[in-house]
Design a protein around this ligand. Structure first.
Ligand SMILES: *Cc1c(COP(=O)(O)O)cnc(C)c1O
Length: 229
């Protein structure tokens, strides 16, 4: 088995290659190490190998790790989120990737308001229009964006997607492109409080294609930490 350090080195060089191919600045692509299900020690190990940003998907697990991980890591929340659990993330995560409905945004606004802060968020879009998946429908995105942008303790920074699974990353490319085009479409509306700067897309199997299509945040788990049971 290869070490986390070797895996991170490999992924960083693959990110650099994908940026070179597409003429992008590698400083504009951040690696989110998805540590869900993996123990806190592995997060400390990845941190020791230079990885500072981690993504978690389950609130209870995040709460546990947030206290057990010793390194001063930065946390993003990337998973499905229930409104009644937002309070546990408040002030502890620097970005929530998975906001897909007004009621959730309102609760984030309420919680971050209590600490007089602004929560950076991404809007998750169900690009494949799959019944099984979270995310707002593409057609509803402009209206949802306008409503959420009006909340004072939130700042919309971009979009996130979790496209339909495919073995061949080329089959996912059209969904990544769709997310980029949706962001461009929202950008021209110049909605106050909305910056379409981030595109969170691409995972272990397809992050290079996502980078070619404009990803600024790639969420990689398995390729760093190994398979999850
Ligand atoms: C688990 C997960 C990932 C990482 O997937 P890998 O295939 O292990 O890289 C990325 N994004 C989200 C939202 C996830 O839940």
């Amino acid at each position: 088995m290869t070490s986390i350090r070797d895996n991170l080195d490999q992924i960083r060089s693959r990110i650099a290659d994908a940026c070179a191919i597409s003429g992008r600045n590698p400083n504009h692509v951040r690696l989110v190490a998805v540590s869900k299900v993996k123990p806190a020690e592995l997060i400390d190990e990845a941190f020791a190998a230079g990885q500072q940003l981690f993504g978690e998907s389950y609130v209870q697990e995040f709460r546990d790790k947030e206290t057990t991980v010793k390194s001063p890591v930065e946390w993003h929340f990337i998973g499905a989120l229930q409104s009644n659990k937002v309070k546990y993330l408040c002030g502890k995560v620097t970005l929530i990737h998975s906001v897909d409905r007004l009621s959730l945004a309102q609760e984030i606004n309420r919680q971050w308001g209590k600490i007089n802060a602004v929560a950076p968020i991404l809007l998750q879009v169900n690009v494949g229009d799959e019944n099984s998946k979270a995310g707002c429908a593409s057609a509803e995105l402009p209206e949802l964006t306008r409503k959420i942008a009006a909340l004072p303790h939130l700042s919309i920074r971009g979009l996130m997607c979790l496209p339909p699974y495919a073995d061949d990353p080329e089959q996912v490319r059209p969904y990544f492109r769709q997310l980029r085009e949706l962001a461009a479409h929202i950008e021209v509306e110049q909605i106050p409080g909305v910056i379409m700067k981030e595109l969170s897309m691409g995972m272990s199997g397809d992050f290079e294609v996502a980078i070619e299509e404009g990803a600024t945040l790639v969420r990689v788990g398995t390729a760093i930490f190994g398979e999850r049971d």
